[in-house]
Design a protein around this ligand. Structure first.
Ligand SMILES: Nc1nc2c(c(=O)[nH]1)N[C@H]1C(S)=C(S)[C@@H](COP(=O)(O)OP(=O)(O)OC[C@H]3O[C@@H](n4cnc5c(=O)[nH]c(N)nc54)[C@H](O)[C@@H]3O)O[C@H]1N2
Ligand SMILES: Nc1nc2c(c(=O)[nH]1)N[C@H]1C(S)=C(S)[C@@H](COP(=O)(O)OP(=O)(O)OC[C@H]3O[C@@H](n4cnc5c(=O)[nH]c(N)nc54)[C@H](O)[C@@H]3O)O[C@H]1N2
Ligand SMILES: [Mo]
Length: 823
């Protein structure tokens, strides 16, 4: 992991919600925006109404987004890579490529090592025992000058473009139909629509969410579309981009601020245990440029990292002690993702679990296993505004397993918290906008703000360390805690700390007599962050959000000059108030917009200016520096070098539970490098036992497991149901509104049957494949009827790169049923 360096923005929109109005074509694939993002979806409506934009939906179900689309095609859950590689193949074959963009702004011309290749569904370097690849061959040829070798004529058979052509060759329209079940004529129609956006004056935007991420190869689904968008020249331009529609109102903030077990705020990394010292840690992160003249932005890593350490440990972090590097925890595994946490819990290796704003009993895969794991705990603390199923897991509702309620010894403590409507702070939306909000109500009863509870715990733990010592009290007792009331940090104090301030005088490196910030002043840009201890910032990508001019997140100026959709003075968009990432790529090599009517920024001959903050140094000459400065080659990647665990190109893989074998290699089950715990290895079903493909999703009327507590929502969608086709209903003798039992290798649920034309059987590899749709909002607390969603059924396995569970493609069976037996 360490050699991979930082990843930037693990999913966010490269563009923004408001920018969607600029598009000519929206493709919603791997999401259901009209249902799950109804407010943001209005920008699609704008684009349709004012630009005549078209909307394509590719989804296993004819969903609510499909109902307002111009063209819909069905797809089998878990087969999107085949579809996307098929579109790329079609674009190449039909010359639907924005050549100037591909040649100059991507790594199409870079030469790849001769050892690299693929066969039988695997890339070179596969080790079956380790379930991992040796990625040494997945890299550029490096010349004697230390730079990557290129062939700008794209003639060399080892250049990325020719390897890509060879890689996608098998994904013909016939192959797509065979794997995805998408009829060939529908697939080709979509290709035609997409192909139109390969000109500089037409753009497509991709809106996706969990329909793509919740697969054992979710990251590769997204790579597939990113590659297509690069081929069409649609990244960095208005109306284009890769737009991850995020989930909870502040889930973007969660990843930004480093709440993943392997991250530090701003997408920096927690060190691994091999990185025993500061120098080793930095050596694999401050990449040197891979092409002449490039800037490799990550050379700034030490500025961000030292400023973070100063925010954490203040005066205790000094140059002499390597900024207190020894205080940072070191990872002994790639990360402590939640699957791993529950696995450890199940094996008695975690005694104490703090569950804050999380209801894993319902939201995590394999409820039987989750129940088993929670019952091994000595203590479970639940911090939540609501009574959750997790806090009541020991009641053992609806699980017909061998966990004996009476034997569960876990002590459960519930700490009532406030919720967003009672809090002050910033929520970060999918478009990276930090929008400040103010409390609208007073906390009820004994509810306390999360920050108050955490500060109270921390001050007490610190006191214990001060009084009693301990093995390593230093990182706790020396933590920088400069809040007016240490037991109750306020939102503005936290926000200022995230932004960062000068500790010493900060000078302009170009003119050392020029002072950029005096000691004690808030910083205005991450360009002011220093590695010498003269600055501090809790999260470098947020620098600029609370400056000496005040709270930029609270700005509410909705002027939008020339109607570009940028809204520069509304809230703050990280990084640097930039609204469209990679916006340098909206201009040609000379720095002129590809499409003048869609101008974003422009090179004046001396500097870059326009409607957005340029994603490049403001005076960098256009011919000198590539637009993708986050990569040391300055180019975007059609071939990902060592970044992805499961291949430098997306390759078709089946879900772990699939109705058909991997057609490239029947021996490959699921994603061949995804982590599978020994306990779960025997828990995957075959299609002989479980012939139906299930997928799971949300409904507008509910928000996860909260709104069933509200009688109004509970009335709108009162009862757990599953959706099946008329054909499957007829085959199994199931009637509309009748009760059914749905079971998988891991559990069973009872539901009402919704028999609908919105789901149709698919023909996949010569077989009829039925899809069962399972919405997720029910449980046993609250006002709605008791019922259980998909997670009594789902498998305990995740994406090979980021461990998002495979919630969207698994196998079940279904039968008509009488009443549910009393649990
Ligand atoms: N009303 C409401 N809105 C919400 C939420 C909520 O609970 N209620 N939750 C929020 C959260 S946390 C999130 S993460 C987002 C999720 O937002 P979305 O991902 O848009 O929501 P889902 O309903 O999970 O799934 C979207 C679609 O993926 C399709 N799908 C399933 N498998 C596949 C596949 O293999 N390929 C393709 N192409 N499509 C597939 C499903 O049929 C479904 O239509 O929604 C957010 N918005
Ligand atoms: N099968 C299947 N499973 C899924 C999914 C799927 O598509 N299919 N989707 C997955 C996704 S994308 C998500 S995001 C998860 C959601 O799973 P969870 O996050 O576990 O579900 P929520 O109901 O959103 O639970 C969050 C809890 O936070 C509490 N809460 C709200 N505000 C606050 C606050 O300010 N402070 C504190 N302390 N608590 C608060 C709520 O009351 C709620 O109980 O489910 C996942 N599970
Ligand atoms: Mo989510």
């Amino acid at each position: 992991m360490s050699s991979l360096g930082p990843t930037f923005g693990r999913g966010a929109m490269t563009n923004s919600w408001t920018d969607i109005k600029n598009t000519d074509l929206v493709i919603v694939m791997g999401g259901n925006a009209a249902e799950a993002h109804p407010c943001g979806f209005k920008w699609v409506t704008e684009a349709k109404a004012h630009r005549g934009a078209k909307l394509i939906v590719v989804d296993p179900r004819y969903n609510r987004t499909a109902s307002v689309s111009d063209f819909y095609a069905p797809i089998r859950p878990g087969s999107d890579i085949a579809f996307l590689m098929g579109v790329i193949r079609w674009c190449i074959e039909n010359d639907k490529v924005q050549w100037d963009y591909v040649k100059n702004f991507t790594n199409a011309s870079y030469l790849i090592k001769d050892e690299f290749g693929w066969s039988d569904g695997l890339f070179t370097g596969y080790d079956e025992e380790k379930r991992d690849y040796d990625k040494a061959s997945w890299d550029y040829k490096i010349g004697d000058d230390g730079f990557a070798q290129v062939d700008t004529t794209l003639q060399d058979p080892r250049c990325v473009w020719n390897l890509l052509k060879a890689h996608v060759d098998v994904y013909t329209p016939e192959f797509v139909e065979r794997i995805c079940g998408t009829p060939k004529d529908k697939f080709l129609h979509i290709c035609e629509m997409i192909g139109e956006c390969s000109t500089p004056t037409k753009t497509m935007t991709s809106m996706y969410a969990l329909g793509w991420t919740q697969h054992s190869k979710g990251s590769q689904n997204i790579r597939g579309m990113a590659m297509l968008q690069l081929i069409l020249g649609n990244i960095g331009v208005r109306g284009g981009g890769m737009n991850a529609l995020r989930g909870h109102s502040n889930i973007q903030g969660l990843t930004d601020i480093g709440l993943m077990s392997n991250l530090i705020p701003g997408y920096l990394n927690i060190p691994t245990e091999k990185e025993t010292d500061w120098e080793t840690y930095l050596s694999t992160r401050t990449f040197k440029p891979l092409r002449p003249n490039q800037t490799s932005y990550w050379q700034n890593y030490p500025n961000f990292m030292v400023s973070f350490m100063k925010a954490m440990w203040g005066d205790t972090a000094t140059e002499e002690n390597d900024w207190a590097y020894h205080y940072l925890p070191k990872l002994d595994v790639p990360n402590y993702d939640i699957l791993r946490m529950f696995e450890l819990m199940k094996h008695g290796q975690i005694n104490y679990y703090f569950c804050q704003g999380f209801n894993p009993l319902l939201s995590f895969p394999n409820r039987g296993k989750v129940t088993d794991a929670l019952s091994k705990l000595k203590m479970l603390v639940v911090m939540d505004p609501l009574e959750t199923e997790t806090a009541h897991f020991w009641e053992n509702h609806g699980i017909h397993n061998d966990v004996d309620t009476a034997s569960i010894q876990t002590e459960v403590l519930e700490l009532p918290t406030t919720c967003f409507a009672e809090d002050e702070g910033a929520l970060v939306n999918s478009g990276r906008w930090l929008q400040w909000h103010w409390p609208g109500a007073t906390p009820p009863g004994e509810a306390k703000h999360d920050t108050w509870i955490m500060a109270q715990i921390w001050t007490r733990v610190r006191q214990l360390y001060l009084d009693e010592g301990g093995v390593f009290p230093d990182p706790i007792v020396n933590l920088n805690w400069e809040y007016a009331d240490p037991g109750d940090p306020k939102a503005d104090e936290l926000a200022r700390e995230m932004n960062g301030r000068a500790l010493g005088t900060v000078y302009d490196p170009a003119d050392p007599t020029k002072v950029l910030a005096d000691p004690g002043k808030q910083l205005s840009s991450f360009g002011q962050l220093r590695a010498d201890g003269s600055t501090m910032a809790g999260c470098w990508i947020y620098t600029g959000s609370w400056t000496e001019d005040g709270n930029m997140m609270a700005r509410r100026d909705n002027n939008d000059p020339d109607s570009t959709g940028a809204y520069q003075n509304w809230a703050f968009s990280w990084p640097a108030n930039r609204r469209i990432l990679y916006n340098r790529a909206s201009c040609d090599l000379q720095g002129k917009p590809w499409d003048p009517s869609r101008k974003l920024i422009e090179w004046t001959g001396e500097k870059w200016e326009g409607y957005d903050v340029p994603d490049i140094a403001p005076t960098a000459k256009p011919e000198d520096v590539g637009p993708f400065i986050m990569n040391p080659e300055g180019a975007s990647r059609l071939f990902t070098r060592g970044m992805m665990r499961d291949g430098p190109f997306p390759i078709h893989m089946e879900p772990f539970e699939s109705p058909i074998a991997n057609v490239f290699n029947p021996k490959i089950k699921g994603n061949p490098v995804a982590r599978v715990f020994a306990d779960d290895a025997e828990d995957f079903a075959t299609s002989e036992e479980f012939p139906l493909v299930a997928t799971s999703y949300r409904l507008t009327e509910h928000f996860h497991y909260w709104t069933k507590h509200n009688p109004v929502n509970a009335t709108l969608q009162p009862q757990f149901f599953v959706e099946i086709s008329e054909e499957l209903a007829a085959e199994r003798g199931i009637s509309l509104g009748g009760r059914v039992r749905v079971w998988s290798k891991r559990g069973e649920v009872w539901a009402k049957a919704v028999v609908t034309k919105r789901i149709r059987p698919l023909t996949v590899d010569g077989k009829t494949v039925h899809v069962v749709g399972i919405p997720l909002h029910w449980g046993f607390m609250g006002a709605a009827k008791k019922g259980f969603g998909p997670n009594s059924l789902t498998p305990f396995v995740g994406d090979a790169n980021v461990e998002t569970p495979e919630f969207k493609a698994f196998l079940v069976n279904i039968e008509p049923a009488a009443e549910e037996p009393v649990a």
